[in-house]
Write a protein that binds this ligand. Structure first.
Ligand SMILES: CC(C)(COP(=O)(O)OP(=O)(O)OC[C@H]1O[C@@H](n2cnc3c(N)ncnc32)[C@H](O)[C@@H]1OP(=O)(O)O)[C@@H](O)C(=O)NCCC(=O)NCCS
Length: 175
């Protein structure tokens, strides 16, 4: 799938190197559920991503590499949380070296278009650590609405964390 500046594609076995470099960066991992990735965790997470090739396939999930000028710069994932009712969750990561130019906005916007216009989803949710301001700004920029601020609802990395819930409905796009 192509956007103005980006190419989005499924993962390949050769993606381990850049995934490891990106996800082992403590700055990137700070608000993610995983600790910074080790080589072993990279192999496991890549194996998961390799099977996430079709939202309506066996895994009920789609994991896409975001390429800018033929270089992988991040990934976006979409997975069913309620397949029967066509409700999914979305997650995103962009290499900070490529941040601040709207590339994540462009990639996530394209995946949301795919989710609603192609896959006919009813609702897409994004959940994030409430301290993750860049992620919340991204959710707002792509048109998602903040629905909740859950206080100390998630225990992660040795402390209670607040969680923000953003969502978009199919009806939000049609007006
Ligand atoms: C969340 C994350 C993807 C946001 O990255 P980002 O660089 O802020 O997002 P974008 O690539 O869309 O760039 C947006 C910024 O570029 C600016 N920008 C420049 N040109 C732009 C354009 N053409 N379109 C949109 N924004 C543009 C925007 O104003 C914005 O800057 P601002 O936030 O200072 O206002 C990134 O911080 C990240 O990967 N973090 C680590 C992983 C993580 O926490 N993931 C989320 C887990 S819930």
């Amino acid at each position: 799938m192509d956007t103005e500046r980006l190419h989005l594609r499924p993962h390949q076995p050769g993606d381990a190197g850049w995934l490891y470099r990106l996800y082992s960066n403590p700055e990137v991992a700070r608000y993610l559920l995983d600790e910074p990735w080790t080589a072993e965790l990279t192999a496991r997470r890549l194996a998961e991503r390799l099977s996430r090739t079709d939202l309506d396939g066996e895994e009920g999930a789609l994991a896409l590499v975001v390429e800018y000028e033929r270089t992988p710069v991040g990934d976006v994932q979409l997975w069913f949380t309620d397949r029967a009712r066509r409700v999914a969750e979305i997650g995103w990561v962009l290499d900070p070296a490529h941040g601040g130019r709207g590339l994540a906005t462009e990639a996530v916007g394209a995946v949301l278009a795919l989710a609603f216009e192609h896959a006919q989803l009813h609702r897409v949710v994004a959940m994030m650590d409430a301290r993750n301001t860049p992620s919340a700004r991204l959710a707002r920029r792509v048109g998602m609405s903040q629905e909740a601020h859950l206080r100390q609802a998630w225990w992660s990395k040795g402390e209670w964390n607040d969680t923000l819930i953003f969502a978009m409905l199919a009806a939000d796009r049609t007006g």
